[in-house]
Design a protein around this ligand. Sequence first.
Ligand SMILES: [Zn+2]
Length: 98
Amino acid sequence: MFRIIFGLIAALLMLSVLKSVITSVSSILSAVFSPSNSKPSGPIMPGQGQTPIAQVLRRCSSCGTFTPESTARKVGKGVSEIYFCSQECQTKGVAKAS
Ligand SMILES: [Zn+2]
């Protein structure tokens, strides 16, 4: 009878040890493979490798390139606001619109 109880306790101990080992190993592995665990849930744009956090991207209405709002050229006001990535696109876009 005691043997069975002892065996059960030993099995439980083994399981908990294994569990903790697996948890620590997986946490180490995840830390090694992804150093930045806390990724911001901002908009992820294709082709924008190192986009700063909370940077609003505006689509160029002429060529379709995504440009940060700080560097984009804004034309119009309110609802009719449109953005361009460069002077060239702005000239083209305005010519097309009018
Ligand atoms: Zn453009």
